[in-house]
Ligand binder design. Sequence first.
Ligand code: NOJ
Length: 553
Amino acid sequence: MSTSTAPWWRDAVIYQVYVRSFADGNGDGVGDIAGIRSRLPYLSSLGVDAIWINPWYRSPMADHGYDVADFREIDPLFGTVAEAEQLIEEAHRHGIRVIPDIVPNHTSDQHEWFRAALAAGPGSPERERYVFRAGRGPAGDEPPNDWASCFGGPAWTQLPDGEWYLHLFAPEQPDLNWRHPEVRAEFESILRFWFGKGVDGFRIDVAHGLVKHPELPDLPPRPEAPAEGRPQHFDHPHWDRDEVHDIYRAWRRVADEFPGDRSFVAEAWADSPERLAAYVRRDGLHTAFNFDFLMSSWDAKDLRAVIDDSLAMLGAVGAPATWVLSNHDVVRHPSRYGREVVKRWVANETYRPEGPLDLGLGTRRARAAALLMLALPGGAYVYQGEELGLPEVEDLPESVLQDPVWERSGHTDRGRDGCRVPIPWSGRSAPYGFGPENASAAPWLPQPELWGELSVAAQTGDENSMLELYRSALRLRREHPALGDGGLRWLDAPAGVLDFGRDPGFRCVVNLSAEPYRLPEGTSVLLASGPVRDGMLTTDQAAWLAVRMPATS
Ligand code: NOJ
């Protein structure tokens, strides 16, 4: 919060609410809007600036809401449009902004447009809003090209009438044709609908995937990955195509029609910070998730390179960085950091835990990572349960797995359910206060036995808990003039130690080396991720320091 006139989104801490797993207001075992409303005081005391809410629209839930049947309705499982409006108003009263997800790459196969397309048949204008094609091979029974679904298997499904349709995700998520003017007009209208209801922005799902190569060619061979550094960018037929930016220039104009600082955050997976920066120009989107930070291994050199590249590239286009450690698609970071990960951990790649998990180690690193993330210039995202130190639930019985990845991968990839388990609020046993006392159903995924000690109630007031660490960090971040938007200055430190200063009078030190590190002279500890004894920062510890100003004469 270095400059009070900067727009809020430049350094906001945004809490991600995965609706179905946050809080259950009506006792059906699935989180909902009533649950979120009941927990606004918690979010306010945590000290976040905004919430990003995963899709809440009407949906058959083939991909837990990322298959939207009606963008202007709330799914009955989660509530009603009236409740959404109440939530927005109440959140605003708590000083919390609200950012729903928008899913423009695809709809549900139950969306009225797709149903109309199926009914109208090949060659009809209704099919032009999606990507329908004839198949290859003499009988047309081979997919039109070799694209693969992100969830496994081919990205095409054939209909009884012989045509194929494209779905980069599940078959229940047909891709829209963004070269069609009606698709563009419809989404601008949907944005206006929700902006009119008071939302403060949107998180854009698969923002880098909307525009496909007009000829839908096969995938070109991927350039060989260099031994060091980043893979080279290449002209991909469906990811991160330059044409996509035209859509976001139009969206920016829509956002700017509304009062207040409405803003977008892109889920854009780009090959490099340069490519990512293209999404966040002044006439484009406001921010984009920085997944390089999330994907970096727990290594000082890698982290510093990611931080420097991100700040340089985003800074060059006047955009703030946003830092992310976890979300609903990736393995929770205490479980990532609790293993000896040698190579860079890649998101969206089959996750197979390798080697034994040392959760104590992972948690120590997660505490240090939180202080690192929250001290960096720009905004930050906190995924629900991260502030409780929840680990990935790796032993969910196969019979309860719901992520489409599990089926689509032929039961070789357990998918993302392990980071989506309903969070514990109170009590010693499941359902840990997730729903009301008289709930009629158990939480939609079973919670582990030992989660009582990780509940909000158990951690509240315990100064050594992850929750109190986040609370203290967020409070200091609001109060300290050096934190939030701005710049940083690296300071000399031995290999394995990250040490940077921010003005005025702030320093963050993270020790990723094997040796204890003596805190610099002339500083005092504002907050540390673990006990600091005799001025020494042990391995995997971080500290925020106040720098004593030289006395002026
Ligand atoms: C990215 C979302 O974060 C993920 O959960 C979803 O499955 C895909 N996009 C498809 O919408």
